[in-house]
Ligand binder design. Structure first.
Ligand SMILES: C[S@@+](CC[C@H](N)C(=O)[O-])C[C@H]1O[C@@H](n2cnc3c(N)ncnc32)[C@H](O)[C@@H]1O
Length: 294
């Protein structure tokens, strides 16, 4: 059986900046394989608890097995953090001492070809974090009109959006595009790399993932829903991995601080050290922002 590994990003910084109440209950809204949750629980006394949420039922199962040694100090819930209020009500938790969001997908998602997230491994054009989600990357690629595909990949930073969208429409007239390898080969053909460090299909793949999982909408809703659930003194920490989601967090936190009742803990985002990046390439684009309820 394959053992999947996910190295938690900025783990020390999360523990240092998020914990303000030793005996509190915290939410890890993006549980993944439970790395940050384990670090938080290890830093808290036995009274300290964590509610871990993941939208992906498979991930919630993996984390449950990994976090067993913490017994009833950890509760695990499967669900979308955009519904954090309902999840907490279901779990009988009324207030929080802190909330962590470590956005995006886990290494397990990337390493498992059948989930269709990876540029490296061939798999179906899926990309759903929660397999019950009705929308897949296949639907976008094979059914969305040119304008919608072009707009989606352009706003995610792809400068060859027209060329790529046109090639997708031409290809699917002959036969549907079924796999990640077919899509990435097509993009490589029409927009080959010219000295860039990233693969030519990276931005299109990111755009598809964001759209399939309503990632920006979930982020905005997740932040709004968690605010009233936090105690005074509690903090929200959010780790982002690309500029579009970082912009949402930066702007939301700026408005919260301006409106009053909230104070920025990090004026500039916290970034991983060179040492952390050397040990975990995935960390290189991470940014952590933290805000505190007054
Ligand atoms: C970067 S990983 C988290 C890794 C985790 N912090 C760790 O240390 O193992 C992000 C996780 O968030 C989950 N996720 C993404 N969007 C979500 C959402 N809207 N609600 C709940 N979980 C979500 C993904 O399934 C993935 O497992």
């Amino acid at each position: 059986m394959t053992e999947y590994i996910h190295v938690s990003v900025l783990a020390e910084e999360v523990v240092d900046l998020l914990i303000t109440e030793k005996n509190g209950t915290y939410v890890d809204a993006t549980l993944g394989m439970g790395g940050h949750t384990a670090r938080l629980l290890a830093a808290l006394p036995p009274e300290g608890k964590v509610l871990g949420i993941d939208w992906d039922p498979e991930m919630a199962g993996v984390a449950a097995a990994k976090l067993k040694p913490f017994g009833d100090r950890v509760k695990i819930a499967q669900g979308n953090f955009a519904n954090i209020d309902e999840i907490m009500a279901r779990e009988g938790i009324s207030s929080l001492s802190g909330a962590l969001f470590d956005l995006g997908i886990s290494s397990l998602h990337l390493d498992k070809p059948s989930r269709g997230f990876s540029l490296k491994h061939d798999g179906p054009l899926d990309m759903r974090i929660n397999p019950d989600n009705p929308l897949t990357a296949y639907t976008i690629i094979n059914q969305w009109p040119f304008e919608q595909i072009e707009h989606l990949i352009r706003v995610c930073g792809e400068r060859h959006s027209r060329r790529i969208a046109r090639a997708i429409l031409e290809a699917r007239r002959v036969k549907p595009l079924d796999t990640t390898a077919e899509l990435s080969a097509l993009i490589e053909r029409v927009a080959p790399a010219r000295g860039e460090k990233i693969h030519p299909a990276t931005k299109t793949f990111l755009a598809l993932r964001v759209a399939v999982n309503y990632e920006f909408d979930n982020l905005t809703r997740g932040i709004q829903k968690v605010l009233p659930l936090l105690k005074p003194g509690a903090r929200i920490g959010i780790i982002t991995f690309h500029s579009l989601e970082d912009r949402i967090v930066k702007e939301t936190f700026r408005i919260m601080a301006k409106m009053g009742g909230w104070e920025l803990v990090t004026r500039k985002p916290v970034k991983p050290s060179d040492e952390e990046i050397a040990g975990n390439k995935r960390a290189r684009s991470a940014k952590l922002r933290v805000i505190e309820k007054l």
